[in-house]
Design a protein around this ligand. Sequence first.
Ligand code: AN7
Length: 429
Amino acid sequence: MKEYEVRCIKCGARFAKEEVVYTCRHCGGLLEIKYDYSEIDAERVVKGAVRGVEGKASEGKARRGVWRFRELLPFAEETAPVTINEGETPLYRCERLAEFVGLETGELWVKHEGLNPSGSFKDRGMTVGVTKAVELGVRGVACASTGNTSASLAIFAARAGLPCYVLLPRGKVALGKVAQAVIHGARVFSLRGNFDDALRVVRALCEEERLYLLNSVNPYRLEGQKTLAFEVAEAFGWQAPDRVVLPVGNAGNISAIFKGFVELKRLGITDSVPKMTGIQAEGAKPVVRAFKEGRAEIVPEEKPETIASAIRIGDPVNAAKALQAIRDSDGVAEAVTDEEITEAQVALARLEGIGVEPASAASVAGLKKLVAEGEGEIEEGEIEKGERVVCVTTGHLLKDPERVIKICEVPTEVDAEVDAVRRQLLKGV
Ligand code: AN7
């Protein structure tokens, strides 16, 4: 069995790996999985990343996607993962988008997490989280969600044959995500409240009813999500980029990706960590506020509001980890308006052929804003134009088709005649 500890980031208390625990029983702090890094063979991490070196998929030992990085995951070598072939998403070089955001060197890359099987990055976390759920022998899994977490969990629960319970804020979740949760068999509740209310309720329910909580407060989720860092570093010949930009909601992903980069550096595989750059919407920006005011903790926002429904979160549970990641990496947090998000969403779609949901476009919108702020003399935290930058687009366009129809020109209705179509076609050409 691989040695690791579940440790409180605040007071250092340790918990056994057989224990079901999400936050520290002593001080309420967030938990983290800690390995004995002196025991981990860096050579094996790099070699293991080469697909298929050990075992076959049929034996449950597949080394693909997230599971290529078993050396840095909290499982024994023989553990059979609950998997839907998550991870190994494309990393696109985006020169036209670089021009759009004002990065003169063109060193802009987009890691499209929307191309995970369920359409979002959540699959990386769920494959690890649900594999742990099976190992623990829990009687069911549960989450609160702005949509993507529930869609992903419903799929993995179906694969594992586990009952799944989902709490969604009523009327606030994009249709594609609700469709996924219901068809994959989750019991879905539409809560009269917002996401933060849903998380509060499901956390209490999980404690009392012995259901396994799979929101990103669960440290095993973050172990899966950190593998994005490994894939990015690998793509650059085991070098970290200068900066990683991503949307921040519950603040799990930015914390996870930072942990991934820190582990690579600690093992001597890379020699730097990227500046972690978190982007929130103007109407839901507790992390940005805390960052700019130099506070270690956030002040929750009562009524978060943005068209980017995935990140409409006022009380992010992982804020403490995220703020530390941003500060320790010399990164920055910034907020963007709904208009800037929409502009970036269209730019990604039309300049690069990358279809994303609004929350994901926040990364590109934020980068553009930071580059503009850096015009002239570059100040601390602002983007230097020579940097190699990776934007993470977290969710797929088809998650939220209703909004696309609202922001784009609607299809032109025509008679089924060649001339009729031609007349329309040539209009304005
Ligand atoms: C597309 O599904 O919180 O900062 O309940 O769906 O790790 O929370 C979704 C979050 C970014 C923010 N982009 O990530 C949920 C949920 C997309 C998302 C985020 C989410 P975190």
